[in-house]
Design a protein around this ligand. Structure first.
Ligand code: ADP
Ligand code: TRP
Length: 332
């Protein structure tokens, strides 16, 4: 079966955009591929989180992915730091990654510009660690958005370089599983762009928010004074709300409000109230699961252990090959 690897940044609570733009495709992939999904906690150290933040975020993301339907029996859902083989291979691969190429990476340049006071070596070698995440499982596919394509190209370069150095075909070339285009881009409530946790107060609908918070955010979403012409094109802010409605409401509800808009009879208060209730009906069962899983250490532990075991199995197999190719030899 073809192998898919994807990393998840442990950034805390997930929103509707994350679900429709990422998690949903993971749910499909776990049915059809051998999948390795991991929480990239080692990567996150480049920003120096406190131990409490690191732990809290990993727990939150793990609980949310499980609540949303990632199944430890179908995929390997694991925490990166649970697999020491990753750090080992990272050490070896760093010897064949060059300063020039690492400095040319667009994401490195962005980070240097954004945080000139924290240009650490881990940031520079981020693409090496990401390559290792992928190569260690000999992945065929990596679901990536546009912003990660250069990292994937570097992954192929590092893998090829290793293969050439030892005259072997150890690492296959992973291909992008393009997630741009096919997947829905969920608009934010306040932003003109996509829903994002960094989109400012009130932009994102988080699964793990209190219902009242979500209701308020939706009721406060900016509208206008209403349509004045029959069948007029909806301005962006209104279209965005309709786009969110398309994800959570029934066809009848959408058609109902669409036709009220077209006849200039829509009342945005009613529209948003309906949207809020439909969002909440969608979010509620997942939120309830998040809440119960988040505090269930036995369940979380079992899931993380199952994932780690699968990942370690696959990683150790590759490492044995790599150690031998490099020429390490145990004398005892
Ligand atoms: P954020 O933009 O809130 O910081 P991340 O960058 O952590 O979210 O995104 C994690 C995943 O969720 C990525 O695969 C990203 O493409 C997807 N994603 C985030 N926001 C949206 C959105 N509004 N619509 C579709 N996909 C999204
Ligand atoms: N760099 C990715 C991001 O910022 C996360 C990531 C780390 C990743 N390792 C990976 C993604 C391996 C795919 C495969 O979103």
């Amino acid at each position: 079966m073809e192998i898919v690897v994807s990393g998840i940044r442990p950034t805390g609570k997930l929103h509707l955009g994350n679900y429709f733009g990422a998690v949903k495709s993971f749910l499909q992939m776990q049915e059809n591929y051998q999948t390795y999904f991991f929480i990239a906690d080692i990567h996150s150290l480049t920003t120096h989180p406190t131990p409490a933040d690191l732990q809290g975020n990993v727990r939150q993301v793990l609980a949310e992915y499980l609540a949303m339907g990632l199944d430890p029996d179908k995929c390997a859902l694991f925490i990166q730091s649970d697999v020491p083989q990753i750090s080992e291979l990272y050490t070896y691969m760093n010897m064949n990654a060059y300063l020039g190429e690492l400095e040319r990476s667009a994401s490195f340049k962005d980070k240097v510009r954004a945080h000139p006071d924290n240009v650490n070596a881990g940031l520079l070698t981020y693409p090496v660690l990401m390559a290792v995440d992928i190569l260690i499982h000999k992945a065929d596919y990596v679901p990536v958005g546009k912003d990660q394509e250069q990292h994937l190209e570097m992954t192929r370069t590092f893998g090829r370089r290793f293969n050439n150095m030892y005259g072997v075909e150890c690492f296959p070339e992973p291909k992008a599983f393009s997630t741009t285009g096919e997947l829905i881009k969920v608009p934010g409530l306040t932003n003109q762009g996509k829903m994002s946790k960094s989109g400012g107060e009130g932009d994102a609908i988080f699964f793990d928010d209190e219902e009242e918070v979500t209701r308020k955010k939706i009721m406060r979403a900016v509208t206008d004074s209403g349509p004045t012409e029959l069948n007029q094109i909806k301005p962006e802010a209104i279209q965005n709300l309709f786009d969110i409605m398309k994800l959570v409401s029934t066809k009848d509800t959408i058609e109902h409000f669409d036709s009220l808009y077209n006849t200039c009879e829509i009342r945005y208060g009613d529209f948003k109230k309906q949207l809020a209730e439909d969002v909440l009906s969608f979010v509620r069962p997942i939120r309830e699961k998040i809440q119960s899983i988040k505090s269930d250490d036995t369940f979380l532990g079992k899931a993380a252990k199952t994932g780690a075991e699968k990942a370690i199995d696959s990683a150790e197999k590759t490492l044995r090959e790599v150690r031998e190719l490099i020429g390490f030899k145990r004398f005892y």
